[in-house]
Write a protein that binds this ligand. Structure first.
Ligand SMILES: *Cc1c(COP(=O)(O)O)cnc(C)c1O
Length: 379
């Protein structure tokens, strides 16, 4: 068999996902005193204590298929968002919802518009579907360029993807810019408003939740993977017009999300106390990190999500820095796959993890930029 003859060009072009190192791999390779995983924007506080008993309870009927539309959970989500249950779709994470959107709405020859620095999940899923992606360069402040995105829309455009707040930059579209984008998009083009960091962004004065300026062509994505701390269970949801949701349900995998994920999400969704603690930890951690970076002359982007992006001078520096930190047990994320080879993303963790970051930073980064390598060699 000649694999290359049977694989379509659009799949050949895709690059395999390069996962960050796991805690076990770092322990085995470098034997650091402790490990802080600040690479994947997970909730370092874990998840609500209500989750574990709910999952154990769900295991009692694990031989049965789950409810395909997760009625209980979707009713709870509908209530909190003041919409009808028919406006909600649950799936195995928002990445799955992006895939469902691609399967439901694209036909060959369609294209999509987004920015060149954003969540790779959208790059991948449009690539799998063989859809041309028009990537508009970010502004100098690493934000979405609304005018350029509107200009990129043509008669073949089916979707515009916006992550707000964005990943990896942590930036948001100011409320006025968001309204301009929504108003400027033709009725028959879907705006995908990915709000994976909604819970963190909610309190920021200039953040306009998509729910508050909603039209029939807007699809809002939220997830339980970040603030709710359920990344390992895979569950997220879309809020959209009932007609949009009805079509999407046809294309989703019938029995996603799993019964355990549904039970966990329902338990987590009602724990406002845990959510508040999680958001507060991140707020405090970001302020503290900004202060630390200012003192050490590090360039960074202020963030509305649960991570902060630091800007180094070159890809070489970014590689050396993340590698040096890894040896100290601090796992960070280089974001070359997101379009910024000279940048590194730091997830805000618990106080002890942030101390680990800062102490290791001093040894690896050195007092001044450009001395990365020397510092590594001296040890
Ligand atoms: C983390 C992230 C997601 C991932 O969501 P899952 O629900 O875990 O699939 C989606 N969008 C953005 C912008 C993210 O940063």
């Amino acid at each position: 068999m000649n694999i290359s003859e049977i694989v379509p060009e659009n799949i050949k072009k895709l690059k395999p996902y390069v996962a960050g190192k796991t805690i076990a791999e770092v322990r085995n390779e470098y034997h650091p005193d402790s490990i802080s995983k600040l690479a994947s924007n997970e909730n370092r506080l874990g998840c609500s204590p209500a989750v574990k008993p709910a999952v154990i309870d769900a295991l009692e009927s694990i031989q049965d298929y789950p409810d395909p539309i997760a009625e209980k959970l979707r009713t709870a989500i509908a209530e909190q968002n003041h919409v009808k249950p028919e406006e909600i779709l649950l799936a195995a994470g928002s990445e799955s919802i992006i895939s469902i959107l691609c399967r439901t709405f694209f036909k060959n020859g369609d294209n999509a518009v987004t920015s060149n620095v954003t969540f790779v999940g959208f790059f991948v899923q449009t690539g799998v579907r063989g859809i041309e992606l028009k990537k508009v360069p970010v502004t100098t402040g690493y934000g979405f360029d609304v005018d350029a995105m509107l200009n990129a829309i043509d008669s073949q455009t089916k979707m515009v993807y916006l992550a707000n707040p964005n990943n990896p930059t942590g930036t948001i579209l100011a409320a006025e810019e968001y309204r301009k984008l929504v108003d400027g998009i033709p009725d028959n083009v879907l705006l995908i408003a990915d709000e994976a960091y909604y819970e963190y962004a909610k309190g920021y004065p200039d953040f306009l939740p998509a729910m508050e300026y909603r039209k029939e062509n807007v699809v809002i994505l939220r997830t339980f993977s970040k603030a709710y701390g359920l990344a390992g269970l895979r569950i997220g949801y879309a809020i959209a017009h009932p007609d949009v949701i009805r079509e999407m349900i046809k294309a989703k995998l019938t029995f996603e999300p799993t019964a355990a994920a549904q039970a966990a999400a329902l338990a987590a969704y009602g724990d406002f106390d845990f959510l508040r603690k999680s958001v507060e930890l991140v707020e405090k951690g970001k302020e503290d990190l900004y202060g630390f970076f200012d003192m050490n002359d590090v360039e960074y982007v202020r963030s509305v999500s649960n991570s902060v992006m630091m800007i180094l001078d070159s890809e070489r520096e970014a590689v050396d820095f993340t590698q040096g930190m890894l040896k100290k047990g601090v796992i960070l994320r280089r974001i070359n796959a997101f379009g910024l080879p000279n940048c590194v993303r730091i997830t805000i963790g618990r106080e002890s993890e942030m101390d680990h970051f800062k102490n290791s930073f001093k040894k690896v980064y050195g007092p001044k930029k450009g001395s990365l390598l020397e510092n590594e060699q001296k040890k």
